[in-house]
Write a protein that binds this ligand. Sequence first.
Ligand SMILES: Cc1cc2nc3c(=O)[nH]c(=O)nc-3n(C[C@H](O)[C@H](O)[C@H](O)COP(=O)(O)O)c2cc1C
Length: 197
Amino acid sequence: MTLGSAITTRSADTRVPILPELAERWSPRSFDPQATISEDQLDALLEAARWAPSASNNQPRRFIVARRGTSAFDTIVSALVGFNAAWAHNASALIVGIAETSSVEGDVRPYAEYDLGQAVAHLSVQAEAEGLVTHQMAGVEWDRIVAAFDLPDNMKPMTITAVGTADEADKLPEALAERETAPRRRLPLEELVLVRS
Ligand SMILES: Cc1cc2nc3c(=O)[nH]c(=O)nc-3n(C[C@H](O)[C@H](O)[C@H](O)COP(=O)(O)O)c2cc1C
């Protein structure tokens, strides 16, 4: 919903109330290009990710964290596909989520990608609680990230999360502004839950 030129809110339409941070979280593309993220906020997001559960507590998730205005940030933007680079350059920070698919000893981590996703989910909910917004992206030329940050074979970058402060939808190019205010859709619970007894 937009009210005049106000920041868009797109609360989830839920059958019963859920935590406000979950109901209010969504993935905007309009980021305030002046807004910054504090060290404490960044710490809170990363702590939320750190304390997510993982298989055997192996914690096979790693992050590259870059604030806007740094060369690492520019490197990450240059690896985004054009559709994402068009808006993500305004984020306060970009966080590359990396799955450690095997340990240094060579032990395979079969749940690394699952564990990374769970950590990023925690991070995104913490961001909402901090008054920040997040938008995850997989539209990335990953070989560029691997080369730029010299990632070894067992470090598989999976997503880049834009973090920042939401801005008005009408600051986006028209096609993106339309998406910014379109209804959010989800499959019905009946389709998600195969068995409920
Ligand atoms: C793994 C993953 C990859 C995604 N890749 C992109 C992307 O490359 N570009 C983009 O604009 N959004 C991307 N998204 C955002 C999704 O489109 C968005 O989360 C989904 O449409 C649901 O919208 P919501 O987060 O506002 O509820 C991605 C999300 C996830 C979890």
